[in-house]
Design a protein around this ligand. Structure first.
Ligand SMILES: [Zn+2]
Length: 341
């Protein structure tokens, strides 16, 4: 059985937006939680709530079966300008992603060099608006993903970043995500979590699961690390569904699930079966953020894997030496698959 005890403030991660109306504070901690239906939430409490984090032990289990966040919720874009890039930053980003303008103007496939230095060719189609969201279809190779941008999210920057980060995912795993959404405002379920956690000002940064990634708070939260992490929750979920299908076919589903309860894999549907045992065998943390739950451990490991790939083969080999069991499971049960929803 894995423990969910938080040993102090989680590592500072992927957080740049303070609670609306709150004073920005460096070193805001983040918390993240898993849902019984395969969704996972990354959230940031305000400073006043930080000291309460240490009393959140066992939170993950208390949330199993909690209602899913309202992905279909059409929230008003009421976020303040604190969530936006400066004009200079925006200008820089628009120049960097000018190929997005070319793509939207001409309707022709475009090529760019992603942050790993690879040439990527994509096709981008602007569809009819969906309520308050601009809707696009992004296609890279044989995969396509739907993108929804809230009204005030800068189009070229958001689509440029998303096509870059999406292209960094292993090609065979991209089918784990069908929809990416960037909200300007906060998670409409913040008030639910605020009460559930007893943390005033609780703000979520992103959620991932069930084939979806939703980023809250506009461009500042649309970051490579966060994207990989949320993609990781979706990959873990898709792999687990595939493993269950295989177990059912082999007639071992109920015994495999009984084993999940012993190993700790039953704590989340967002990880490959076997990851709890691999973590135990490795005997070390990926990140302190990952220590929050087994699903966060998997998402963090997946994120570290992609970041290592970006740094080159030596970094990948180093990761493999540090986490041989997680790495072996990733190769055997994740990277070897072609995922779809
Ligand atoms: Zn997470």
């Amino acid at each position: 059985m894995q423990s969910h005890v938080i040993t102090g403030i989680p590592q500072v991660r992927r957080i740049s937006v303070p609670a609306r109306g709150a004073v920005s504070s460096p070193g805001v901690a983040s918390v993240s939680e898993n849902f019984g239906d395969g969704l996972s939430l990354n959230a940031l409490p305000n400073q006043a709530s930080r000291q309460r984090l240490s009393s959140l032990a066992g939170l993950s289990e208390s949330l199993m079966g909690a209602p899913a966040p309202g992905h279909a919720h059409e929230e008003p874009n009421t976020a303040s300008t604190v969530n936006q890039l400066s004009p200079q930053e925006l200008d820089r980003e628009r120049r960097r992603y000018s190929h997005i303008y070319d793509s939207l103007r001409t309707g022709q496939p475009q090529t760019f060099r992603n942050s790993r230095g690879e040439q990527v060719t994509y096709a981008l189609r602007a569809n009819r608006d969906q309520g308050d969201y601009r809707n696009y279809t992004l296609q890279i190779g044989r995969n396509q993903v739907e993108v929804n941008l809230a009204n005030r999210v800068d189009e070229a920057t958001a689509l440029g970043r998303i096509s870059d980060y999406y292209s960094l995912q292993p090609e065979q795993l991209r089918g784990a995500v069908e929809t990416i959404k960037v909200e300007m405002g906060a998670n409409p379920r913040n008030s639910y979590w605020e009460k559930e956690y007893g943390m005033p000002g609780f703000q979520s940064a992103a959620v991932g699961g069930g084939g979806r990634i939703t980023v809250f708070g506009g461009l500042p939260q649309l970051k490579e690390r966060t994207f990989h992490h949320e993609f990781g929750h979706n990959i873990g979920n898709a792999v687990r569904i595939a493993q269950d299908r295989e177990s059912r076919r082999a007639g071992t589903l109920s015994s495999d699930r009984a084993l999940d309860r012993q190993t700790g894999d039953a704590d989340s549907p967002n990880l490959p079966r076997g990851h709890s045992a691999a973590r135990q065998a490795d005997g070390r943390s990926v990140t302190s953020y990952g220590d929050r739950s087994i699903a966060e451990d998997f998402a963090e490991f997946y994120e570290e894997y992609l970041l290592a790939k970006g740094r080159g083969n030596n970094a990948v080999q180093q990761l493999k030496r540090n986490f041989p069991n997680r790495f072996a499971l990733l190769e055997r049960e994740v990277l070897s698959r072609r995922l779809s929803r």
